[in-house]
Design a protein around this ligand. Sequence first.
Ligand SMILES: [Ca+2]
Length: 689
Amino acid sequence: MKACRRIACCHTFPFLLLATRMKLDRGWMWRLLLLSSLAVAAVAAQDKQSEVDVSDMDDDMGLDEEELKVLMAEDEEEDEEEEREATVMDEDQSDDTDTESGKAGEAVTDANVSFQVTYKTPVPTGDVYFAETFDDGSLDRWQPSKTVKGDADDDIAKYDGKWAVEQLKENKVPGDQGLVLKSRAKHHAISAILDKPFVFQDEPLVIQYEVNFQDGIDCGGAYIKLLSDTGDLNLEQFHDRTPYTIMFGPDKCGEDYKLHFIFRHQNPLNKDLEEKHAKRADVDLKKFYTDKKTHLYTLVLNPDNSYEMFIDQSSVSRGSLLYDVVPPVNPPKEIDDPNDSKPDDWDERAKIPDPEAVKPDDWDEDAPAKIEDPDALKPEGWLDDEPEFVSDPNAEKPEDWDEEMDGEWEAPQIPNPACETAPGCGQWNRPKINNPLYKGKWKAPLVDNPNYQGVWKPRKIDNPDYFEDLQPFRMAPFKALGLELWSMTSDIYFDNFIITSHKEVADRWASDSWGLKKLVASANEPGIFTQLTMAAEERPWLWVIYILTVGLPVGLAVLFCWPKKSEDDYVYKKVDLPQADIEEEEDEEEEEAAAADERDKAAEATEGAAAAAQRGRRRHRGEPQTSCEKEEGTERLKEANPTPTVSFLPRCGGGGRAVSTAAPHPTRTANRRGRQAAGDVPAESGYVS
Ligand SMILES: [Ca+2]
C-alpha cells in the first residue's frame, strides 16, 4: 500500500530516478512500455460521444433554463403548434432533415439521437430597431444590390455574389436558419431597412449578430454597415461608397485578424466626413475565425461616448470615442505656423571648435604615418645578386610551337632554386613601422557654442480648423443595415441581427438563439480522447508523449500495486531448479557423511548426550533455545524429508525469513560446509543468502 501511495504522485516523479530506484531491468522496461501502450489504447477505445447535460452549460452564457429545455429522447411529447422541435444528431444523419427542418411548426425527431433541444424562433423582449432571424426561410425584407462596385474592374464590379437562407453546415439546430454568403471571389451586397431609423440622442446603441466562417476564412470580411439616413438611400443602389454611419464586425486578410469598429464623423466646420477607427481589440482574435463555430459580435455605444465590443458576450475592447480612435475626433488647438521658416543666421551647433586654441609649434602635420625601420638588419646570407625567379632550365620548346604564330618561345619562370636555402634573394628593403612622430592634421578641440540657439521649430499658431465636438456619439442617424462584402471563402453564415438600445434585450435575444447554437456545438464536440487520437493520427510521434504522460504512471502503478511476488518465492525457485545435480551431489556427500558418521558415531553420541543434557538443563531452567539450535533441528528435518517445503525461520543472528528447506545450492552448500567445518558459520538448514 505504501508503494501505491507513492504511485499516486507518480506524475511528478522523474522517470529515470524511479527506474534507478526500482532497479528495473531491461525486460521490465519493455513490459512497462507495452503495458502503457495497451492502457492508452484501451482508454481511447472506450471514448464515447459526450452527452449534454444542462448542468454543463456555461453560466456566463446567460441561458434561461426555463426557456431552453434539454430533454431526453423519451420526453419528446411537446406542443408542436408553436414550437419547432429539433433533433441534434450526427452530421450524416442530420443531412436528411435539411429540407424539412426549416419550416415553422414542423417537428423533427429521431429515435437514434442522444438528446433533443427545443428551438423556438427568438422574439425580442423589448423595443428594437431591427431584429432578423431568417427562420422563415425568406429574404423578403432584404434587398440584394443591383449596382456595381465603384472602383473595381468591370468584369468583377457587379454585385452578383449569391446569398441564401440555409441551416448551418455543422452543429445545426434544425428549425434555425441564417443568411449565407454563397460565392467566392465575388462582390456581395444586400441590405434591409430598419423598422425605424436610429437617431443618436440619449439612448445607447446596441448592435449584435452572429457569424460563422463555416469554411474558415482566407481573405474576406463579415462586417456590417449601418447605412446613414441620407434621404436618398436606395437599397438597390447599395455599393461600397454608400454613406454609412458605423461599420462593425470581423475582417481578415493574410494573418491580420481584425474586429472593425469604424464610425464616420462629420466635421462641424466643413461638413466633411472622416472615418474614425477604434483601437485594436485586446485579445487574439484568430480562433474566432478558424474554429468554424458560430460567434456572437456585439457593439455597445453609450451617450457618454464610451464604447465596448464583445465577442461571445466577453468584452474584447473598450474605450472612448474621444480618446481611443484614430485619427482623433477633435483636431489640435494649435498647429505649426506653415509660413514660419528657419532664419539664415539660426545657430543650431551645440559644439564648435575652440576659436582660441593654437596649433603647437612642434606639431608636424607632414610627418608620414609609416617609416622604414632604422634598426632593421639585412639577414645574413641574403643573396643580393640572385633573382627571385629564373627560367626553368628543364623546359623545352614544344614541337608544335610556331614562332610566327606563337611568338618567340621562352622557358617558364620558376622560383630560383638558389634561394631555397637562403633567407632571401634580390634587393633587400627595410620593413615599415609606425612613425612615432606622426600626429596628422591638427584640429582645435570642441567647446560649447556660446551662440547655440537650439533646434529650430516653427512657431505655433491657432489652428484655423479647430473645433471641439464633445458629443461624437451623436452620429448621423441610420435607417438600414447592409452587408457589402468580398470574400475568397464562401459559406459565411450570418444570423440573429438585432439593433436596440437595451443591452439586456440583446442578451436575452442571444440566450434564445446563439446560446442554443453554442449548446449544440458543445454537445457535438468530440471527447478529449477522440481529439487526442485524431491529433495522433496526423502526428504519430504524439503517441510517445501520451505513453510517457499517461501510460507510464499506469504502468508504474501496476508495477507497484500488483500482488507483490514474494522474494522468497524467488529464492525458492532458484534453489529448487537444479534438483537433479544436487541430489547426485547429496548422494555422494551422504555416502561420505555415512562413513564419517560411522567413525564419529561414538564421539557424537557422547557429544550429543552432553548437548542434550545441556538443552535439557536449559529447558529445565526456563532458558530459551538459541535460534541456531532451532535451525539445527530443521536441518535434521530436511535430511529426513528431501521434498521442498517452506518454513519460516529466524535467521541466525538476523531477522526472520521464509526459506526453502529443499536442497541448497551445491556450491554454496559446499562452501558453507567448509566454513562450518572451519567453525566460522553456524550449521543452519536451508538458509540461503
Ligand atoms: Ca436563425
